[in-house]
Ligand binder design. Sequence first.
Ligand code: SF4
Ligand code: SF4
Length: 458
Amino acid sequence: MFINHELITELLKKAQNATKEDINNVLDKAQKREKLNYEDIATLLEVNDKDQLDRLFKIAGKIKNDIYGNRVVLFAPLYISNYCVNDCVYCGYQRCNKFKRRKLTQDEIRQEVKILEKMGHKRLALEAGEDPKNCPIEYILESLDTIYSTYNENGNIRRVNVNIAATTVENYRKLKEKGIGTYILFQETYHKPTFIKMHGKSIKNDYYYHLTAFDRAMEAGVDDVGAGVLFGLSDPKFEVLGLMMHNAHLEEKFGVGFHTISFPRLKKAEGMSLENFPHLVDDDMFKKIVAITRLAVPLTGIIMSTRESAEMRNELLKYGVSQVSAGSITGVGGYKEEEEGKNVDQFTLEDHRTPIQVLKELISDEYLPSYCTACYRMGRTGDRFMSLAKSGEIHNVCTPNALTTLKEFLIDYGDEELQAMGDELIKKEIEKIKRDDIKQIVNNNLVSLQNGERDLYL
Ligand code: SF4
Ligand code: SF4
């Protein structure tokens, strides 16, 4: 088993005796961009001293800035079915919650997608509960076809990441053939006894099958996989080391680790009370684990959803997060029925801003919002993506693509205020580009966009 519980427990115990000097030594190592080992990560998880915490955030911020610049990628979730045969105690969709379950028809999916396209989205995360009878793989595959073939004026969805239950190599192969982006699956908790306790009598309650889902996905050729833990179920320090061991396992076996890691924190949901969860993660610990993850896996995207408040998302963008969702609804058919309040959401959301509001705030804070989906469309996935990222050349494709997709958004969806803010930012960002050929590409793209061309990528 590649999640070595004894080793994690031992490392965490040993790290409790870490001195200030030990912590400083690890911070020095991180500052020099040396790879951190498990012991280093366990040591960092013990940082509590204010000066050392500040230093941790500063190093994480510098790494974030060197690799991602000020770009922030945007996406939205699309819930298509809330049928679920599982009884995850933390989730509003758990089967013992009695409400009228539904899955969207293909027509309803088209309607939802059109609304998302009108919001300017290009990248979706498709979400569905686990129910082999009511929500079989064929339904997911058909839905993917529907999403990719739905166009709304200038809008189209260019990348669909898929978050469905652990499945077989054969099914992952089918998903791959439909052109999915990242396959996302949260382990929920790496701590096996907690995993078993959280999942009752349900088919999800097979720790090993769940844990090896990415192995099967990669065997099937899905080379971008996105991990996550539901922070609050078990000791967050254990979870961070679990994530690192899982990532190392994939790197060792397939040559590439996680494409992204999501950082959801447990929130109140229908049929559960937060009082029953002793490991809730407070804001300070949450910030710390995001920053440590940035140090430990610098090239892995960190995703934050609207479960977190705008303030927390803004804070974490400084030193870790590289992708955020915007304008999200977590109920099935919810984009259409938002005002009617009919849905049972999967969990409670904190950030209710529209994409335009999110973009305005990002731009005010000098971030560059990006709707880029280029790597997936150009076949830069898995180790091809990682080798570009490792070469440090990724800036030369991400920045032009971010500027092009932002301009595309401004033309197609921006209000007057956003257009002015966005154009100003684009001008400043072009000035910052050092290579003349890249500057030229961006300028050409901006002209092409004004002339009605779309889908311009490097
Ligand atoms: Fe079902 Fe997923 Fe919710 Fe568990 S977390 S009850 S599998 S929808
Ligand atoms: Fe992401 Fe690739 Fe676009 Fe950069 S170029 S933002 S890595 S999809």
